[in-house]
Design a protein around this ligand. Structure first.
Ligand code: SAM
Length: 204
């Protein structure tokens, strides 16, 4: 349903994807980005204002959804960043090896269909001393919540175009060769627990 995917879904994410608890974590994490930065699934540009434009030489904002890119372009006046949009999926990052100082994923690794390829691609483009900044939603450690996550997964996958509630993102990053350097985790809201369990931090 291209109309839902390209018109409704971007507005839904734009409306619901940046409430105060999420914004506070973005404010803490995103200024750690420096040098050449790749953000995959940049969405409607919710992170743009949080980058430190004096430390980021260029931001490659990869985003395959044209409706998201349209919304992200409306954020450009709020930042001095040098931004280039790449309208391709994160499973096929069109950049050379070992060139990024930072890669960023916020709520994209929990959405992207080919998470294995995406993680490999992030590793490939990242310099050996570069870092990944992540903030992702996923599988709660609480079995009762996990049962709800399994029940609600199909609805979320449809409404949020692939969003999975049941991925263990830190485990997938480690399987993909990343080492977690800093991590925090927890429910970012009291309710519903099924769609608010997150991890955020950095990996190398
Ligand atoms: C939940 S939104 C998060 C948007 C934004 N990163 C944020 O923090 O608000 C997930 C994003 O992943 C993007 N996405 C979906 N499939 C993708 C793919 N194959 N490659 C890259 N991005 C993808 C969606 O278009 C959407 O912008």
């Amino acid at each position: 349903m291209p109309f839902f995917r390209d018109e409704i879904y971007p507005r839904l994410v734009n409306m619901l994807g940046d409430p105060p608890p999420i914004r506070e974590i973005r404010q803490k994490l995103i200024p750690m980005a420096e040098g050449k930065v790749l953000e995959i699934g940049a969405g409607s540009g919710a992170n743009f204002v949080h980058y430190d434009a004096t430390r980021v030489s260029k931001l490659y904002a990869l985003e395959p959804n044209p409706g998201m890119i349209r919304l992200a372009q409306t954020q450009l006046h709020r930042t001095h960043l040098n931004i280039e949009f790449l309208d391709l999926p994160g499973e096929r990052i069109p950049l050379e090896d070992d060139i990024m100082d930072t890669v960023v994923s916020t709520f994209t690794l929990c959405t992207i269909p080919g998470i294995g390829e995406a993680i490999q691609g992030l590793r490939r483009v990242l310099k050996p001393d570069g870092k990944l900044i992540f903030f992702e939603l996923g599988r709660s450690p609480d079995p009762a919540v996990q049962r709800w996550q399994k029940r609600l997964e199909p609805l979320h996958r449809w409404l949020f175009q692939g969003l999975s509630l049941t991925r263990d993102i830190p485990a997938l990053l480690m399987q993909g060769g990343f080492q977690i350097s800093q991590i925090e985790m927890g429910y970012i809201a009291e309710f519903p627990k099924s769609s608010t369990y997150c991890w955020w931090g950095t990996a190398t």
